[in-house]
Design a protein around this ligand. Structure first.
Ligand code: SF4
Length: 328
């Protein structure tokens, strides 16, 4: 195993905070480590319960579960802090000590035309930053980290709904290198127009994202058109504290003034099955994670859009503006 669960930090923090009962949230890829982590926490005489709900980002803080279970602390593994929460949360970011050199070497072929590269990475590689920069500098590249803007925790850190940090440096770089997975690089494609090289760590591959932006933009334009034509519209809000992208009240008013029947629907997690029963709704706008609309649209039988896309359909924003500022 190349993962480091920051056991020392965990124990130190638990001894300091002295909770009697904790709720542990594990990012999706690390849920299998629950038995091991349970042992560490229980050895301190603390009762531990694992959340079986999905945990895709630092935005998913299980406050409702925690309150229902009467725990004193949430321990959230695998993401950096995303928002300030009134409920006490201990973030354990988890480091990956995988040797990235073979993949960095392979990436050079895709980068040979570019002297200056913009670099972004998912949080488990943050500890390796010096080595990554040294590697590229030794190969004659200048490295500029994406800016720490919005919900990201560090310079260079990337999350799937926040690309302002990449946009801020795009004029200075020839291409972007993203160390993470396709989720991160797909979002980046929509946000910036420079070539993107993905170091796909867990598939052990280098991917060029050429042509993906155009393909996604066509899908988005189609969904926006469908929302324009829709008579009945569902506005979906999730109850996760970090997933509130846009105001349901404003949207409701705007859709109604545009002559549409609009309703607000709440969900803990959006799934195609849950939407199926609202079969007379022609299109949905989701104000939860914007990536549900952008990445999962093929799973849904009705168009599903982000807040910004709804604003384009309503004529409040132009397509050109969205291309500039992004769709998330
Ligand atoms: S809102 Fe979506 S993209 Fe943003 S951190 Fe949460 S899961 Fe990731």
């Amino acid at each position: 195993m190349t993962l480091d669960f920051e056991k020392e930090k965990l124990i130190r923090e638990l001894k300091k905070r002295k909770p009697k009962r904790v709720l542990v949230q594990l990012a999706e890829g690390i849920k299998k480590y629950a038995p091991e982590i349970s042992g560490w926490i229980e050895s301190l005489g603390i009762e531990v319960i694992f959340s079986g709900e999905t945990c895709w980002g630092g935005c998913s803080i299980a406050v409702q579960e925690a309150e229902a279970l009467g725990v004193d602390l949430i321990v959230h593994f695998g993401h950096a802090q995303f928002i300030e929460s009134k409920f006490p949360v201990l973030y354990i970011e988890v480091k990956d000590f995988l040797d990235l050199k073979p993949l960095l070497n392979k990436s050079l072929k895709e980068l040979n035309k570019f002297k200056t590269i913009g670099l972004s990475f998912s949080v488990q590689h943050q500890h390796d930053l010096k080595n990554i920069i040294n590697f590229y500098e030794k190969h004659g590249k200048k490295v500029i980290l994406s800016k720490k803007l919005g919900h990201v925790a560090y310079e260079g850190h990337i999350v799937g709904c926040q690309y302002s940090g990449l946009k801020a440096i795009q004029e200075q770089v020839g291409a972007f290198v993203i160390i993470g997975n396709q989720f991160h690089s797909m979002g980046a494609c929509l946000a910036v127009e420079k070539p993107i090289v993905l170091i796909d760590v867990y598939n052990d591959k280098i991917r060029s994202m050429k042509g993906i932006r155009e393909k996604i933009l066509k899908q988005r334009a189609f969904s926006i058109e469908k929302l324009r034509e829709a008579k009945n519209v569902g506005i979906i809000v999730e109850i996760k504290p970090g997933q509130r992208f846009g105001s349901p009240k404003i949207l409701l008013e705007k859709f109604r003034s545009a002559g549409k029947n609009a309703v607000v629907i709440t969900m803990n997690e959006i799934t195609p099955e849950k939407l199926m029963n609202f079969y007379n709704i022609d299109a949905f706008v989701e104000l939860a994670c914007p990536r549900i609309a952008l990445d999962d649209f093929a799973k849904y039988s009705k168009p599903i859009l982000t807040y910004k896309e709804a604003m384009i359909a309503l004529g409040e924003k132009t397509w050109k503006e969205a291309l500039k500022t992004g769709f998330v």
